[in-house]
Design a protein around this ligand. Structure first.
Ligand code: SF4
Ligand code: SF4
Length: 89
């Protein structure tokens, strides 16, 4: 099951390809479809591989994409940190 997902604002995209290039999980590809400015926005090729790391969002110069986590790993991490501090007592 995918741990993350992406949100894409198609009309902001200028098809630079950075999101595709820098996604460590090879989730994205540039679409053959055009937006209204004639650019090819990314689309999700392998949704099950997305970790929600948001590297795509960090590299996008136009704030056209962002990744987010869909699991509860942040909550788990907080719980684990709490457990560790309990253990240290
Ligand atoms: S959030 Fe991470 S894994 Fe998902 S598409 Fe963006 S860069 Fe790839
Ligand atoms: S990095 Fe942003 S502007 Fe570039 S292709 Fe991806 S979504 Fe489009």
């Amino acid at each position: 099951m995918a741990r993350g997902a992406v949100s894409i604002l198609v009309e902001r995209c200028k098809s630079c390809g950075f999101c595709v290039e820098f996604c460590p999980s090879k989730v994205l590809a540039l679409s053959s479809a055009f937006n209204s400015k004639g650019h090819h926005p990314p689309h999700v090729l392998n949704p099950e591989k997305c970790t929600g790391c948001d590297l795509c969002g960090r590299y996008c110069p136009d704030f056209a994409i962002h990744g987010y986590r869909t699991d509860n790993s942040a909550e788990t991490t907080i719980k684990e940190m709490g457990k560790e501090s309990d253990d240290a007592r």
